[in-house]
Design a protein around this ligand. Structure first.
Ligand SMILES: *Cc1c(COP(=O)(O)O)cnc(C)c1O
Length: 385
């Protein structure tokens, strides 16, 4: 057990505000009754501006991976070609899903180095070869802190018959999303990241272009995940199967809080606080990991200094300070740390992260001033008021 209070500072799940937790503690409603229908309808109404869409919103009991699988299962049939834009861990997850669904023979990838992102031009060149049913992109690659240029990617895909499937599990609510304007055909997300809810809700929103693929029966294997059933029930203010009623209440409350703050303010808070964390980390000698043109506002990913073990940083952050941050469970194990900058985060959270990080680095023998991170972040925040 840590010596101090538990601080959940992962790139998901994120800390859940008290008002959201309290909302999840309200009595369970009849999921076929008018009270739940009203709550679900309002939740969808509040989600649409966050997603930048006018689509119906479908809600599932699942983690993010569930709706990732749903997106593939509904839109792609055996023999249809899929192009995955892989720049980290989550493109690989989509490949595993497609393979498990028996679509593996027709999966292609554009792979770039971890930390980078696939450009619109690279995609356009590849699409000229033709014949893809779907392109899959990760909005915010939480394993590296790289953000995809969805506007450019969407524009390239829109020129073709392919649909664009986007995983914004760790972006939505913390990084701008304009689904309709950018031509994102299937957008999937989940409750436990920037939407600051407990884990357990998967979300999906689908364009008319994608509905044509979904509605055309070509042997897609789907039952629980059938978007056609989900849409029919969503229109009635219900879900096809018993939903996690308490989590919908939590999401309703979280979205209420986000709209009270104002979406533009929510996004600029993420931008400002993540930049403050980066400024502080740099002052402590932690180089930024992502090299992509767009850097994440929802997760800070950093190389650890030469000679310091990243897993020791993660352990000491927890044991000495109660701060639960992430390392890497891949080739970068011990070489990077990741800190969530999404959801209900405040200036105090970021300064405390940097205070703890400075102390831990000095304890582990890093050549830095323990206070340099807090100082640099404070200076940054003072200038960017
Ligand atoms: C967290 C995350 C997911 C979802 O993971 P689950 O554990 O299934 O909820 C998917 N994609 C990205 C980019 C994520 O950051």
């Amino acid at each position: 057990m840590p010596k101090s209070a538990y601080r959940l500072r992962l790139p998901g799940p994120t800390e859940v505000p008290a008002r959201v937790l309290l909302a999840t503690a309200r009595p369970v409603l009849n999921h076929r009754g008018p009270e739940f229908a009203e709550m679900l309808g309002e939740t969808a109404d509040m989600l649409r501006p966050v997603m930048g869409t006018r689509n119906e919103i479908m809600v599932f009991a699942s983690s993010g991976t569930g709706v990732m699988e749903a997106a593939v299962a509904n839109t792609i049939a055996p023999g249809e070609k899929v192009l995955i834009l892989t720049n980290g861990q989550w493109g690989g997850r989509f490949k595993s899903i497609a393979t498990a669904l028996g679509l593996g023979n027709d999966v292609e990838e554009i792979e770039v180095a971890w930390g980078d992102a696939v450009s619109g031009e690279a995609l356009r060149e590849r699409l000229a070869g033709g014949g893809y049913a779907a392109v899959i992109a990760i909005h915010n690659e939480s394993s590296t802190g790289a953000v995809s240029d969805l506007e450019a990617i969407g524009a390239a895909v829109a020129e073709t018959d392919a649909i664009l499937i986007v995983d914004s599990v760790s972006g939505l609510g913390g990084i701008e999303m304009r689904q309709d304007d950018w031509g994102v055909d299937v957008l999937v997300s989940a409750s436990q990241k920037a939407l600051m809810c407990p884990p357990g809700l998967g979300l999906a929103s689908v364009s008319d272009k994608a509905w044509k693929r979904i509605d055309a029966e070509r042997g897609q294997a789907r039952f629980y995940w059938d978007f056609r059933k989900a849409l029919d029930w969503a229109k009635k203010g219900q879900t096809a199967f018993t939903p996690p009623v308490t989590l919908v209440a939590g999401l309703h409350e979280a979205l209420t809080a986000m709209h009270e703050e104002g979406m533009a303010n929510v996004l600029s808070r993420h931008a400002r606080l993540s930049a403050a964390l980066r400024a502080g980390a740099e002052a402590l000698g932690l180089a930024l990991f992502p090299s992509s043109p767009i850097t994440s506002n929802t997760v800070g990913v950093f190389h650890v200094p030469e000679g310091i073990d990243g897993t020791a940083i993660v352990r000491a952050m927890y044991e000495d300070h109660g701060s639960v941050i992430a390392g890497a469970r891949n080739a970068f194990r011990g070489k990077m740390i990741r800190i969530g900058t999404m959801g209900s985060i405040s200036v105090e959270d970021i300064l405390m992260d940097l205070d703890h990080l400075g102390q831990v680095l000095v304890k582990l023998g890093a050549d830095c001033d323990a206070e340099a991170g807090v100082d640099a972040a404070s200076t940054f925040l003072g200038r960017n008021g």
